[in-house]
Design a protein around this ligand. Sequence first.
Ligand SMILES: *[C@@H]1O[C@H](CO)[C@@H](O)[C@H](O)[C@H]1NC(C)=O
Ligand SMILES: *[C@@H]1O[C@H](CO)[C@@H](O)[C@H](O)[C@H]1NC(C)=O
Length: 173
Amino acid sequence: MKFLASLALLASTVAAGPIAYPRADSNSTSTFHLKTSGASNKDHNNLYVYAYHTGAGFNDAVLTSDVGTASPAFLNGTHTQFDLGTPFPWGFKMGVQNNYAAWESVQINTGYGDQDFSISGTDFEWSEANGFGGWLVCDWYHNAPQLFYISSYYQPDIPSSCSKVDLTAEYIS
Ligand SMILES: *[C@@H]1O[C@H](CO)[C@@H](O)[C@H](O)[C@H]1NC(C)=O
Ligand SMILES: *[C@@H]1O[C@H](CO)[C@@H](O)[C@H](O)[C@H]1NC(C)=O
């Protein structure tokens, strides 16, 4: 019985195709950490996103090699929410592209944050339709590597303290 159930699950997973958009009936069941890989600077690989408090209701997405510090995330529809141990929600908030900048901030603020996140395989991305051109890590003003995203509308000149990275979902449940 159990075997048949897993077969059925497998079949439906395969039928769903490579992009695993969450189904409405599976909200917030899978929790994951966001982990960097693929950076040319090896110090920017194997780092985890965590919420670095910057003010009431605001956090910057900062990176740490300590998995114990990582902030657990889950998809709710296409929102990426973080469980920071409060009764109210926290969501990934992408900096608005209204300043002609080649990359923008990524924050973890109260609320549900932005829509249009997806996990393809384990690859965590925002939608290209929103001007997402990839993830960037820079050694930045919290004295730690920090997460940004590249705007697809500009050709970035990546500073030597920054690297393009991939973000993968490392499932913890
Ligand atoms: C899942 O989330 C969607 C939209 O956020 C909501 O409409 C739906 O009712 C939720 N399903 C469950 C089982 O919580
Ligand atoms: C998911 O998002 C909906 C609104 O879109 C919200 O009502 C629901 O509480 C959220 N679920 C969690 C677990 O935060």
